[in-house]
Write a protein of this length. Structure first.
Length: 258
């Protein structure tokens, strides 16, 4: 049971232990392997597991497997205790036993997937009707996005990679899709985002294919959610003009209020 539990988090390590436990059938085979009675630590150092044995052999291999598992399972006890101490200052620790690890992860981090129906339920539209073809295209594009691309999209528009656990956790925050006609011709512009407003500004693209191309490019290559570093670096290099208007070319970057 211990091996089964450990294998879910450290498959390569457990596979090696199972090989040692089940495969070599003689001392000669172990002599050929010439393996120390130790385990690699997280920092890459070798940690001795016995004061009695220095090498693994046929008679002590079961002891080695048990010792190695025990070491790996408790390697981070000090760090885990520190995390638990911190959690205890926020929530009653006994309540944690009510949740599985997956349930607790969702409570803390939100959904690992991006449920589009939940996102649609908090969406509002500016400059366009909810029934307009462009809005339909937008949601169809998100439907074909992979889970990774949906996370990138959410990071692009909100600065986070997961949605809250439920509608109540949005706390009144709407996802705003605003379509503007100032981008002209529209197909030459990328969408803009304002992460602290959960706002996506989009040109009035003429087809779903163009929308897919522009949005996919933006979420993959416009990853800065804070232009302060860009301003600081370019100013130090003498290339920053505080009076200059932002570029309106096809390579327009994301906008953010930090």
């Amino acid at each position: 049971a211990v091996v089964s539990t450990q294998s879910t988090g450290d498959k390569d390590y457990v596979t090696g232990l199972l090989y040692l436990r089940d495969t070599p059938q003689s001392d000669a085979e172990f002599d050929a392997l010439d393996m120390p009675f130790s385990s690699p630590g997280a920092a890459g150092q070798e940690v001795p597991l016995s004061s009695t044995y220095s090498r693994i052999n046929l008679s002590n291999r079961d002891l080695y497997v048990r010792s190695a598992l025990e070491y790996r399972l408790h390697e981070f006890d000090v760090q885990v205790d520190a995390v638990l101490e911190g959690l205890a200052k926020v929530i009653p620790v006994p309540l944690l036993s009510l949740f599985s690890s997956t349930e607790f992860q969702i409570l803390v981090c939100g959904h690992p997937d991006i449920p589009l129906e939940m996102l649609k339920s908090v969406a509002v539209y500016k400059g366009i009707e909810a029934t307009a073809p462009l809005v339909t295209w937008f949601w169809e594009v998100l439907e074909v996005f992979s889970p990774v691309e949906r996370s990138l999209f959410l990071r692009f528009v909100w600065g986070r990679t997961r949605l809250p656990r439920n509608i109540a956790d949005f706390r009144g925050r709407d996802f705003v899709l605003q379509v503007l006609d100032k981008y002209n011709p529209p197909n030459q512009f990328l969408p803009e985002s304002y992460t602290c407003f959960f706002l996506l500004k989009m040109p009035r693209y003429t087809s779903k294919e163009v929308l897919l191309e522009k949005l996919r490019y933006a979420i993959n290559f416009c990853k800065s959610i804070d232009t302060d570093d860009y301003a600081r670096i370019t100013r130090s290099e003498g290339e920053f003009d505080v009076d200059a208007s932002p570029s309106t070319s096809q390579s327009r970057n994301t906008s953010s209020c930090g």
